[in-house]
Design a protein around this ligand. Sequence first.
Ligand SMILES: Cc1cc2nc3c(=O)[nH]c(=O)nc-3n(C[C@H](O)[C@H](O)[C@H](O)COP(=O)(O)O)c2cc1C
Length: 187
Amino acid sequence: MTRVAIIYYSSGGTIGRLAESVCAGAAGSGAQVRTTELPASDSGSLADALAALEWADGVVFGTPACFGNVATPVKRLIDGAWPLWQQEKLSNKVVAGFTAAGSEHGGHESTLLALFQSVYHWGSLIVPAGYADPAVRRAGGNPYGVSARAHRDGSVDDVALDAARYLGQRIAAFAALLCREPAGVAG
Ligand SMILES: Cc1cc2nc3c(=O)[nH]c(=O)nc-3n(C[C@H](O)[C@H](O)[C@H](O)COP(=O)(O)O)c2cc1C
């Protein structure tokens, strides 16, 4: 069974709600799904998230936009994945991302691109949202991944939740196709 991990940080609940939709999409596509919320504090354990990262064929990261970049707890996990990278355990996974930002043009794309920059080093394969499904356009048309406007009350627009569900379906489909050991790829 294809294994999908959703790993996210959320301080106000927006990213958490999007994570639920990504989870529903991946699970609805038949994947086994593991969802892990990252601790806010530097002293919180990363053990669960690192175990999920190692376990998964497909990983979807969720992070708020923080000055156009990934939030510190997500960056802490990325840096903490160094031993997995050293052991070649991150190669050939598929990875996608979702974000939220307070402003309409407050760094949705730059946050996802910042996230993906490390993914190249891992040798994982990035799965962008593209425009392969109308749900992406309805949510504002971010081809890099799913993004939402963060509202003060923590609510999330239905169009963004739909796009997140689609992203879950999409990562499950690509994880099933490629899994961890595609023919002819060393590692
Ligand atoms: C330190 C910090 C930096 C932020 N930087 C941005 C930003 O660059 N652009 C933006 O639109 N919103 C920014 N925000 C707002 C967050 O992106 C928004 O509150 C978050 O996406 C909500 O997600 P959550 O409810 O899951 O925590 C920032 C918030 C914080 C705390």
